[in-house]
Design a protein around this ligand. Structure first.
Ligand SMILES: *[C@@H]1O[C@H](CO)[C@@H](O)[C@H](O)[C@H]1NC(C)=O
Ligand SMILES: *[C@@H]1O[C@H](CO)[C@@H](O)[C@H](O)[C@H]1NC(C)=O
Ligand SMILES: *[C@@H]1O[C@H](CO)[C@@H](O)[C@H](O)[C@H]1NC(C)=O
Ligand SMILES: *[C@@H]1O[C@H](CO)[C@@H](O)[C@H](O)[C@H]1NC(C)=O
Length: 385
């Protein structure tokens, strides 16, 4: 731009405009990245237990596609509801800051009418970790529509463990062959849910395979996407180092098995340091008289033997075991979180407690329907989860 012969006012104006233009460019380039998703929700045939049943598919997939993101990314998720009834997705563990209407639970977000679409605009602001999404209406969760959400740390933020060779998501959960509408009717008629028929790992009763290379360390993110059962997760011949629970880096403790309650997500590191063969990955029900088991396969690339030996057992009805494990999990206060500052720098321990709130869950009959409550407070949303 030539400013030699223009009057000073015009020169000033032009330079002001180019500064604005520059600021604008700077602003655009500094904006957090966007990730776009276009999802179509349909009913479709699935065969997780070998027999045909009706499932909820996202872009034809069961479970739904994984959302891969990095701290502060903007997620734009256009959801087309092709079900003949309203549909709604919720983002388990994702904080909706000043954005609660994107949370996707009935009463906060309007359901997507049949044949219509809605675009969720989320930002995973100041978050890291392992989460999942699920349908929050009409017991749809019992038919699918769930998937994993990963939020990676930004490249310059230190992560308190070496970069894993690969990063897997495993969605584990109890499963019913009974159609979700029938299951909903069971609750609506005042009864409790029956026992599930099976446990699934990534939509399969048995056979989900993870490929490992000898000597390398992998991250496995395990989320319980089921309806009611706590599951114990373990891997034959291997221990697991817990590193993250729903967005918080933990003190790195090694476990031989981990209880994952409904709705929880855990990240563990597993090293392929055993003899080159295939090993069972196991998820089994806890606190049930009849233990249901699902297996997957941890396959070494140089494996010389398929899975063999007894499927390793885990705890079954022991409640104390689970409580003790939960109590053993601690935040690593000196590790970074979404920002480089240590997770302990907020000094939670120094905040004076002015009020203590105890939360207690209970089950009750309301108008002859089976309902669940927290502190005797019945929430419409809670009954739908
Ligand atoms: C999956 O494997 C377990 C353990 O062998 C078995 O108990 C269960 O019946 C199998 N499930 C199906 C659906 O085949
Ligand atoms: C519905 O999807 C179309 C494109 O497929 C998009 O242009 C429109 O903004 C979406 N509407 C809503 C409400 O998200
Ligand atoms: C906690 O995180 C710090 C920082 O990365 C690390 O040096 C330390 O080993 C971790 N401590 C435990 C007990 O995991
Ligand atoms: C907590 O209370 C103590 C004693 O009254 C006071 O000295 C301290 O500043 C308080 N801490 C905070 C974070 O308010």
């Amino acid at each position: 731009m030539k400013l030699i012969n223009e009057p000073p006012q015009l020169r000033a104006l032009l330079s002001f405009c180019s500064t604005l233009l520059l600021l604008n460019l700077v602003h655009v380039s500094a904006e957090d990245p966007y990730r776009f998703f276009d999802w179509t929700i349909t009913y479709g045939d699935i065969y997780p237990l070998g027999v045909k049943q009706q499932g909820i598919l996202i872009n034809g997939q069961f479970p739904g596609p994984e959302i891969y993101s990095v701290t502060n990314d903007n997620l734009v998720i256009n959801v087309h509801n092709h079900l003949p009834e309203p549909f709604l997705l919720s983002w388990n563990g994702v904080q909706q800051r000043r954005n609660s209407y994107q949370d996707g639970v009935y009463g906060t977000t309007c359901p997507i009418p049949p044949g219509k679409n809605f675009t969720y605009n989320l930002q995973v602001k100041d978050q890291i970790g392992s989460f999942f999404y699920f349908p929050s209406l009409a017991f749809h969760k019992a038919a699918g529509g769930f998937g994993a959400i990963k939020i990676l740390s930004r490249p310059r933020i230190p992560v308190p463990f070496p970069e894993p060779a690969a990063d897997f998501s495993l969605l584990i959960g109890d499963w019913y062959q009974i159609n979700h509408k029938k299951l909903k009717a069971v609750l609506d008629h005042g009864h409790r849910l029956p026992s599930p028929q099976a446990v699934l790992i990534n939509g399969r009763a048995n056979g989900t395979t993870l490929a490992f290379e000898q000597g390398k360390t992998y991250r496995i993110r395990v989320s319980n996407v089921g309806l009611q059962n706590t599951l114990n997760f373990r891997i034959q011949g291997h221990t697991m180092k817990l590193v993250e629970v729903e967005g918080t880096h933990t003190v790195q403790t090694t476990y031989s098995s981990i209880d994952v309650h409904v709705g929880q997500s855990y990240s563990v590191l597993v090293t392929a340091d055993q003899a080159p063969k295939d090993y069972y990955i196991v998820a089994s029900t806890r606190f049930t008289n009849r233990v249901l088991t699902s297996t997957g396969i941890l396959h070494y690339s140089n494996s010389q033997q398929s899975v063999s030996g007894p499927i390793p057992g885990g705890p079954t009805t022991q409640i104390d075991w689970s409580l003790e494990q939960a109590r053993s999990i601690r935040t690593n206060l000196t590790a970074s979180g979404p920002r480089p500052n240590p997770q302990g720098s907020y000094h939670y321990g120094l905040i004076n407690i002015s009020r203590t709130i105890k939360l207690e869950s209970s089950a009750a009959q309301v108008n002859n329907k089976q309902r669940y409550a927290i502190n005797s407070f019945l929430s419409h949303q809670l009954t739908l989860l």
